[in-house]
Ligand binder design. Sequence first.
Ligand SMILES: Cc1cc2nc3c(=O)[nH]c(=O)nc-3n(C[C@H](O)[C@H](O)[C@H](O)COP(=O)(O)O)c2cc1C
Length: 181
Amino acid sequence: MTDSNLHQLLLERHSIRKYTDRSLSPDDVKTILEAALLSPSSKSKRPWQFVVVDDKDALANLAECKDFGAKPIAGAAMAVAVVSDPAESDCWLEDASIAAIFMHLQAAALGIGSCWIQVMGRDKGEESAEDIVRSILGIPESLKIPCIMTFGYPDENRRPVDPDKLLWEKVHLARWRDNEE
Ligand SMILES: Cc1cc2nc3c(=O)[nH]c(=O)nc-3n(C[C@H](O)[C@H](O)[C@H](O)COP(=O)(O)O)c2cc1C
């Protein structure tokens, strides 16, 4: 997707979980990481850090970090673990989430598919996904890992969203109104 119109990008964007073998250019990797570093954060504290992984064995290991939903990591050209420090900001989770989604949107604008893989609060058996990812990537205990973002050229086609199907009932004008009102 190369359309420069942001709203068109938002209509066409999807979570992409299947990728071709094509690798990402260093320029595109830099642009995606720049998007993260450009993201807004509370009080501009920027409590996040990003661990960039393209080693196939490491990607395969990360894909096993939880019981369900992490498999796309194995086929990705690159994964970025989004790490954040609660000691640096009380908005560490919000800031990390925004940085992750900036990367997702920047990737989409470059024609690169990506998907948020939830890490925090997920488990593999008795072990937490965060601890597994921490040990694979050497991330300090004090830091949180909300998600891993996968990146790769799409090997699946997703249709743009039909704007007529958006959930406008979730929008309340001027004051809260229950749907049946
Ligand atoms: C907080 C959050 C957690 C998610 N966790 C996962 C996940 O662990 N594995 C996965 O395959 N997709 C995950 N997703 C992607 C969602 O499943 C996806 O955004 C949703 O199905 C809507 O599809 P779309 O992004 O194509 O519009 C997550 C998305 C968000 C925002």
